[in-house]
Design a protein around this ligand. Structure first.
Ligand code: HEC
Ligand code: HEC
Length: 316
């Protein structure tokens, strides 16, 4: 709170207190001490008021609240936050810190134990995976969707198709430090026909039917070898060091139709996976990575990482 508003609240509080004390004292002086049948003289719709003293219990309560507020202002911040924070030194920040400390004392040993366990071994630990799932739903689901199936521009994390690699270390690396996939824009360097032909060629790598004749396909192929193969590999299998997708598996981050592929080639694409080390800390990153790894690696089925299961799971 700015010091202006602190001052404003301070003036309001103190003048209110002073006014109330003044009111109490001034009426106390003129007040009679005995009870009487006389009225104070005014009449509201036939209702009159005896000129009797205030009941003592009421005055006691009133003075009690005044004393309470004075003590409160001395113990807690209120008089001049930032300058005088009350003799108890209470603050909501300190209270939050204490709660966080208590929480981390309680969970730290569990986290440490999980962090010391490899991502493969955590697959046998349903409690750890449940924690990983909760972290995923809270942080990752907005982009990768709650079933981790991904959407346009956000990769499916349940298949065996990885931009940056699907080993425990590679997944953890993706989550810890983030990834930026940089597909250059070719709209300036290539003309419309080139883009059409190379897009058709790329789509044919996934076995899609394309609307191009043999000459156009030859041109597309030649252009691919010259300009695209550096990143996407000469056979189109991609490059995990660059996050360049495999173009032969019919799994598409940005759509498989001819116009969408042409758009990708013309304008380029930049997929940004944010880094999580700072946000979640290494322990939670470890747990959520274990959860993500488990989505495509059932602990009991060792063979699930083979090529055959890649073909079963084509999305989009
Ligand atoms: C702001 C959106 C966003 C959030 C939130 C997000 N991601 Fe990502 N993530 C992406 C994008 C985009 C990519 C693809 C990057 C690229 O195109 O190379 C990606 C890629 C990944 C990859 C690599 C996939 C591959 O095929 O190699 C993993 C693993 C991953 N994310 C896990 C997570 C986890 C775990 C979380 C939560 C802690 C998370 N992501 C949160 C956007 C997000
Ligand atoms: C400098 C390396 C590089 C070059 C050269 C390159 N690409 Fe890419 N390409 C990438 C990366 C990285 C991505 C992933 C972008 C992302 O993650 O957002 C990508 C994505 C794509 C996609 C989208 C795939 C999908 O799943 O939706 C297509 C299609 C594509 N590239 C085609 C091409 C073609 C055609 C060429 C040649 C004209 C080419 N690329 C040249 C790095 C490259």
């Amino acid at each position: 709170m700015s010091s202006f508003w602190s001052g404003w609240v301070l003036i309001l509080t103190l003048s209110c207190l002073a006014l109330i004390v003044y009111l109490l004292l001034s009426t106390w002086k003129v007040q009679r001490k005995d009870t009487t049948e006389e009225t104070v003289g005014h009449d509201f719709d036939g209702i009159q008021e005896y000129d009797n003293p205030m009941p003592m219990w009421w005055i006691g309560l009133f003075v009690g609240t005044l004393i309470f507020s004075a003590i409160y202002l001395i113990l807690y911040p209120g008089i001049w936050p930032g300058k005088f924070d009350g003799i108890l030194g209470w603050s909501s920040t300190a209270e939050l810190k204490a709660a966080q400390l208590k929480h981390s004392r309680r969970y730290q040993p569990i986290f440490e134990q999980y962090t010391a366990t490899s991502i493969e071994d955590l697959q046998e630990n349903p409690k750890a995976l449940a924690m990983g799932k909760r972290i995923f739903l809270n942080n990752c689901a907005p982009c990768h969707s709650s079933d981790a199936g991904g959407t346009f521009g956000f990769p499916d994390l349940t298949d065996h198709d990885w931009l940056w690699g699907g080993s425990p270390e590679e997944i953890k690396q993706s989550v810890l430090h983030g990834r930026i996939g940089q597909m250059p824009a070719w709209g300036m360097a290539l003309d419309g026909a080139d883009i059409r032909n190379v897009s058709a060629w790329v789509r044919s790598l996934s076995g899609l039917t394309v609307n191009a004749n043999a000459i156009e396909m030859e041109q597309g192929k030649a252009l691919y070898s010259k300009t695209c193969a550096v990143c996407h590999d000469i056979e189109g299998k991609g490059n995990k060091l660059l996050g360049a997708p495999n173009l032969t598996d019919d799994i598409w981050l940005y759509g498989s139709s001819q116009p969408l592929v042409e758009y990708t080639v013309r304008k380029g694409r930049t997929g940004v996976m944010p880094p999580w080390n700072e946000v979640l800390g290494p322990e939670k990153v470890h747990l959520v990575s274990a959860y993500v790894y488990g989505l495509s690696n059932e602990p009991s089925i060792e063979s699930s990482t083979t090529e055959s299961s890649v073909e079963e799971k084509t999305n989009k």
